[in-house]
Ligand binder design. Structure first.
Ligand SMILES: *Cc1c(COP(=O)(O)O)cnc(C)c1O
Length: 496
């Protein structure tokens, strides 16, 4: 399987090259040249496999330059019980919804599903491509990617990892997770601004050839652990197959029955993986894109116009506070018949004017697979309270956005196919918001972050993860803050 760029380029590369590079030369994103397909019997067979084996099946179809032995090691290592417990991606039945929980990894957000795998793929890719340089993984994070990347790459030979996060754009637990990270090859710095500022700054560093030359002189090459990296997306495709296999196993569906997925969306990586799964033969009905108040994707899916010129809202689901959704580029590439020129024009228009329109044909193609909805803070917090009160199930604010949108979708369309709500974080990463939803704003005002978590444990009955409890006593090691324009200098300091 070769990989091609979403923007004008003749180049075709192996998966290992795509993973090491992160982004293609001309600024495009790597996509598989074609979609491998799984027959119904292949999917049926997954029902009796543990998660690591399911992941290996999916990865084998994409990463054909890795040996089966290598992928076996990667999957067994990444999804080992000491990292994810007995089931990395369980599907829970909550009332008439199926909830796919993706937050049982070391940092308690769905980013672990890919970021425990990526370092394993990366170190092998470095060997395959015979690159004799150290890889510096640069990350812009809206909260969860940063910690998951630090945890994934910490101590990994031949790599360093550097994380930029928006100074006031992440939850207290997310921030503490990052600034207490130990390890010799890790760097963390806050950026004055929001996630888009941090992401734009990182993209600028990636695009600066002079700087790349400077780093090269120090024996360093940059790569990305954001979901623009193919090595992030491929592992995410696996859990959609896994969810379906679980539904077969539990008898909730029979092979071939279509299911809908409702995905809380920010950078469009998670839901794009679901679209890829559909293209590979997984019986998926609708993919419902759930946004918070930063509903640029909702408007795009409804109207075919992507317009990032709008106020940025800080919400209780900060990992979705994004106006420039990187992975949408990969979907556009598929929807317009893989026309690299057109994708480049849209991305140029986005860069210069913050807006582009895709036209009726592409919009119609989009509507064949996607639906969309959005829920503001109030609706999401009400969903947390309602679901907890009625069914004893506690959701984090991102999952709650998806739940509210899934309910609204059903009421609006009367679509009766099974619905899988994708659950992306542990409620304890957002204790204050979740507790506030359950007991009222007034009750949490006097409490500090840790008291909120304790009280949440009492009220919800859900056990707090040990690593989040341990944050209270950890030393804060990374306290730097920079302006967006100074991010490159910060990287220079890391590599001195
Ligand atoms: C990253 C994240 C999202 C958004 O995922 P995308 O792949 O960026 O669409 C949603 N919820 C949580 C908790 C996240 O960490």
């Amino acid at each position: 399987m070769k990989y091609v760029s979403t923007r004008p380029s003749e180049r075709k590369v192996d998966a290992a090259q795509a993973i090491v590079a992160g982004i293609s030369h001309e600024g495009g994103l790597y996509v598989p040249e074609s979609f491998p397909t799984f027959a119904p019997s292949d999917i049926q067979n997954m029902a009796d496999m543990p998660y690591a084996a399911r992941a290996k099946e999916v990865l084998s179809a994409f990463l054909t330059d890795y040996t089966p032995q290598e992928l076996e090691e990667c999957a067994q290592g990444a999804y080992a019980a000491e990292r994810f417990g007995s089931d990395p991606a369980p599907v829970r039945q909550v009332a008439d919804m199926h909830v796919l929980e993706l937050w049982h990894g070391p940092t308690h957000a769905f980013k672990d599903m890919a970021l425990q795998m990526l370092p394993r793929l990366m170190t092998r890719a470095v060997k395959k491509t015979k690159m004799d340089k150290e890889v510096l993984i640069l990350v812009a994070t809206s909260g969860d990617t940063g910690k998951a990347a630090l945890e994934g790459f910490c101590g990994v030979e031949g790599t360093q990892v550097g994380v930029f996060y928006p100074v006031d754009g992440v939850s207290p637990a997310q921030k503490l997770q990052m600034i207490t990270q130990e390890g010799k090859n890790v760097h963390v710095c806050a950026v004055e601004g929001n996630f888009d500022d941090a992401q734009t700054g990182v993209k600028r560093i990636f695009g600066d050839e002079g700087f790349a030359g400077e780093l090269s002189g120090k024996g360093i090459v940059l790569s990305s652990a954001n979901s623009i990296n193919w090595g992030r997306l491929a592992p995410q495709v696996a859990y959609y197959f896994s969810a379906y296999a679980d539904l077969i196993k539990s008898g909730a569906v029979e092979m071939g029955d279509e299911v809908n997925f409702c995905v809380p969306t920010g950078n469009f990586g998670n839901i794009l993986a679901a679209y890829y799964a559909k293209r590979m033969g997984l019986p998926v009905g609708r993919l419902i894109c759930a946004s918070n108040e930063n509903n640029v994707l909702y408007d795009f899916i409804c109207q075919g116009v992507y317009d990032a010129n709008r106020p940025f809202h800080k919400t209780t689901s900060p990992s979705m506070d994004i106006l420039i959704s990187s992975n949408l580029e990969r979907l556009l590439f598929e929807l317009c018949g893989r026309d690299q020129e057109r994708v480049a024009q849209w991305m140029q228009a986005l860069k210069t004017g913050g807006v582009y329109a895709v036209g009726e044909e592409v919009r119609a193609e989009l509507a064949r697979s996607f639906d969309a909805g959005w829920a503001g803070d109030e609706k999401a917090l009400q969903a947390i309270a309602r679901v907890q009160k009625s069914f004893g199930y506690t959701m984090d604010p991102h999952t709650a956005v998806a739940w509210a949108v899934a309910e609204e979708y059903r009421a609006r369309t009367k679509d009766a196919r099974p619905m899988v709500v994708v659950s992306t974080a542990s409620p304890y990463k957002f204790s204050r918001s979740v507790l506030g939803a359950l007991t009222g704003e007034a009750a949490v005002q006097e409490l500090d972050e840790f008291a909120c978590a304790d009280e949440l444990e009492r009220v919800s009955g859900l056990t707090m993860p040990d690593s989040l409890r341990a944050l209270r006593t950890k030393k804060q090691l990374h306290t730097g803050v920079v302006q967006p324009k100074d991010m490159m200098d910060e990287v220079r300091r890391w590599t001195e």
